[in-house]
Design a protein around this ligand. Structure first.
Ligand SMILES: [Zn+2]
Length: 349
């Protein structure tokens, strides 16, 4: 599978250039690319992963594909793609001309230049990412039962592993949400609770994510348990980003936070926040949040660590949800068979 997933789509006469040509001919004219346009474009090319997805979930498949592909577009073109498709709060309300103006402003070029130079580049890049995402979707499907049973790290109690993964994903998302609320409070929006409350809560979720991360390593030897090796590497990298690299803390300080949390009955929020009173790590965390000078969550400033953390949380959530969606599909499709429920599907073929 890796040979297929790792292959860069070609720039010549392959599916990328054909899809790019198709997208340019439907020419979304600076507006939301209609899902049906996209579906017909990729179906026309017979991209296997997408076609399969469209068969089971026609309504969402195209949007999901588009979202995944846009997420892979390198910055700063990614931010422009979001505006182009009208996915940001501001751009959703704009008329075509205004949207083009905004895009020109973002790229620091004239709107017409954006139209003649950036739009084709964006559609080329989009086509490239769509084909990559498609190869990945297909790779996931093919991975069923293909992993070698001697990959002994897969011999884990997978229900327990699933629960731990689910809790880890929730912690990553809760960290994301509490930080967003802290930023909203700083921008003067009304939130539930005080700014200090939400800052402390976000540090709590940071500690939870770290304890769960360590538990996964302790109990399962890390993140080597997904069905797709590339997904595993992506997940591992983004856990590292979220639980350590982007934060203001040293390893010893992170360890201190884990100890504080583990000392709390049932890892409860209240005793954790109480035990943080007067702790310099709380000030360090608040300063870290305060360093975000972004005015708009959709257009973060380059190098903002808080916003980079949102991105990592999103990738983690996507990877884990995608994995479980696959498992659920497998479970449903095997519901009437004599399936061995004690081991994961890729071990049972
Ligand atoms: Zn920021």
């Amino acid at each position: 599978m890796s040979d297929m997933v790792d292959t860069e789509p070609d720039a010549g006469e392959g599916p990328v250039s054909r899809l790019a040509a198709e997208l340019k001919s439907s020419r979304p004219s600076v507006g939301p690319l209609v899902a049906t346009d996209l579906t017909s474009a990729v179906t026309l090319l017979g991209l296997p992963g997408v076609t399969r997805a469209a068969l089971t979930d026609a309504r969402d498949a195209a949007y999901r594909l588009l979202e995944s592909a846009v997420r892979q577009i390198p910055v700063p073109l990614r931010a422009q793609a979001r505006v182009y498709f009208g996915w940001t709060e501001a751009s959703a309300k704009l008329a075509k001309g205004q949207r083009l103006k905004l895009l020109g402003k973002m790229a620091a070029i004239a709107p017409d230049t954006w139209r003649t130079e950036r739009e084709p580049r964006l559609l080329d890049e989009l086509a490239r990412q769509i084909v990559l995402v498609d190869a990945r979707t297909e790779g996931l499907a093919r991975a069923t039962g293909k992993r070698h049973p001697l990959d002994s790290h897969l011999n884990v109690p997978w229900l327990a592993m699933g629960q731990l993964y689910s809790r880890s994903e929730s912690a990553a998302l809760a960290l994301d949400r509490t930080l967003r609320r802290a930023l909203e409070a700083r921008r003067g929006m009304v939130i539930k609770g005080t700014y200090e409350d939400v800052v402390a809560s976000s540090l709590y979720w940071f500690a939870v994510a770290n304890v769960l991360d360590e538990n996964r390593h302790r109990d399962f030897g890390g993140d080597w348990i997904l069905i797709d090796q590339q997904a595993e590497v992506l997940l591992m990298q983004n856990w590292y980003e979220l639980t350590f690299r982007l934060s203001p803390f040293s390893q010893r300080q992170v360890s201190h936070l884990r100890i504080l949390l583990r000392a709390c009955p049932d890892w409860e929020l209240e005793p954790f926040v109480t035990s943080l009173k007067g702790d310099p790590l709380l000030d360090l965390w608040e300063d870290w949040i305060d360093a975000c000078a972004c005015q708009n969550d959709d257009l973060p400033l380059a190098g903002c660590r808080v916003h980079e953390l949102f991105e990592a949380a999103q990738i983690i959530s996507d990877a884990i949800r995608g994995h479980w969606r696959f498992l659920i599909d497998w479970t449903v499709s095997n519901a009437d068979t004599n399936t061995d429920w004690s081991s994961p599907p890729w071990n049972s073929s």
